[in-house]
Write a protein that binds this ligand. Structure first.
Ligand code: ATP
Length: 380
């Protein structure tokens, strides 16, 4: 994507506070009409990146382009982007209509055009019948949609959203994810949103930039990032994974043979690996198995002693230990006639031959990323 097609482009953008680097050389473009997420744990630099696009922060180095124009020195109110924050900051004494009309009226747009635009936006966010209410007479989700309508009514080149759903309850948040996506499709404006919630990013985004410690680790579609992570960080942060360290034994047309630490051999299909994996014999690698791809079968490959078996309605979550002590987890469907293994049982874990995926290096913690409370807490 060159600068002309891109609505937003970052060229070698770096942000430093004193000696601390909050964002390291970010280089990426966001296309017209794209729903783009900046995703990562707290402190990874996603809000700082968004603020540099909005103009609330200046890059220490590098340039920000909007519609092909270098805006690095342009103040926020002169950039054709709008930001929706966690706190909606609606004017409490004004009606919904007047809140949304505030922007166009202060730009001295003709009142008939203001009415047309506000009516259009309130329809898009499905609040037409609430036009005369005040914000205090609305639910959290409705207030959120007023804030969106107010930001969209000026037809910005891009809408920037900083954890826009964080203040909402889980069920409402899930419904609003679908609603936000619908609104974005309808208005066709580029949305860039910051979230630490990977489920939210996977649900809404066309593309996701996964950030860690100021670095953009990977950019791709939800499916790319989930099924073809490029690093141990991305594999562990997006969804849950069993990370099984091992060493490459050999590689040929029939697959990549990996000796897992502790003895078992796993064959990884050719091509199922991150781009930086060395296939040389002796290379340290990690086999990734997603819990939903693991099942239990008398013909299975790896012995697991089950420690927990938790019924979750549509599935059963099983946690167990391999013979080398590594903890693994599996999600198995609840099906008639299929009995999930119980705590205390030893069973055999297996997977479809196309499933194993290979990453370079060894993880800090081998095994399931969804059961280690300390490492999960550190990644929030
Ligand atoms: P969160 O979800 O917690 O907001 P984030 O990924 O959005 O996290 P940023 O707000 O971008 O993170 O902050 C990135 C790093 O830069 C953090 O370590 C933060 O403490 C630091 N930082 C942010 N703003 C400043 C500032 N004005 N002065 C010094 N350090 C800052």
């Amino acid at each position: 994507m060159d600068n002309q097609e891109a609505v937003i482009a970052l060229h070698n953008v770096r942000k430093q506070y004193g000696s601390f680097v909050a964002v390291h050389e970010a280089n990426f473009s966001i296309g017209r009409g794209e729903f783009f997420a900046l995703l990562g744990p707290s402190g990874c630099g996603k809000t700082t990146t968004l603020k540099m696009i909005a103009g609330f922060e200046q890059p220490t180095d590098g340039q920000v382009f909007l519609e092909g124009v270098n805006v690095s020195e342009v103040p926020p109110h002169k950039r054709n982007v709008n930001t929706v924050f966690q706190q909606y900051a609606l004017f409490p004494h004004m009606t919904v209509f007047d809140n949304v009309a505030f922007g166009p009226r202060s730009k001295k747009i003709q009142e008939t055009e203001v009415v047309r635009r506000v009516t259009e936006m309130l329809d898009i966010v499905r609040l037409g019948e609430f036009a005369n209410r005040r914000p205090s007479q609305l639910s959290g989700g409705q207030q959120q949609r007023v804030a969106l309508a107010r930001a969209l009514v000026n037809y910005p080149s891009a809408l920037l959203l900083d954890e826009p759903l964080a203040a909402l309850d889980l069920k409402l948040r899930e419904a609003m994810q679908i609603e936000l996506k619908r609104i974005q499709r309808e208005v066709g404006i580029t949305f860039v949103f910051v979230t630490h919630d990977q489920g939210e990013a996977l649900t809404m985004s066309d593309r996701i930039a996964v950030m860690s410690e100021g670095h953009v680790e990977q950019i791709g579609s939800s499916a790319d990032i989930y099924s073809r992570p490029e690093s141990l960080f991305v594999a562990g942060f997006i969804g849950s994974a069993n990370l099984l360290p091992g060493t490459v034994v050999s590689s040929d047309g029939s697959g990549i043979r990996v000796d897992l630490v502790g003895g078992t051999q796993v064959v990884v299909p050719v091509g199922n690996s991150a781009s930086n994996v060395s296939l040389a014999a002796g290379a340290q690698v990690t086999v990734v198995l997603r819990p939903e791809h693991v099942h239990f079968d008398p013909q299975g490959q790896v012995s697991v002693s089950v420690t927990d078996s938790v019924y979750q309605g549509s599935s059963v979550r099983i946690v167990g230990r391999m013979e080398n002590g590594t903890e693994v987890s599996a999600i198995v469907g609840v099906e008639p006639g299929v009995r999930a293994p119980l705590p205390g049982e030893t069973t055999l874990m297996t997977w479809h031959p196309e499933i194993p995926y290979l990453l370079a290096g060894w993880p800090e913690m081998a095994g399931s990323t969804s059961t280690n409370v300390d490492s999960i807490e550190a990644s929030l």
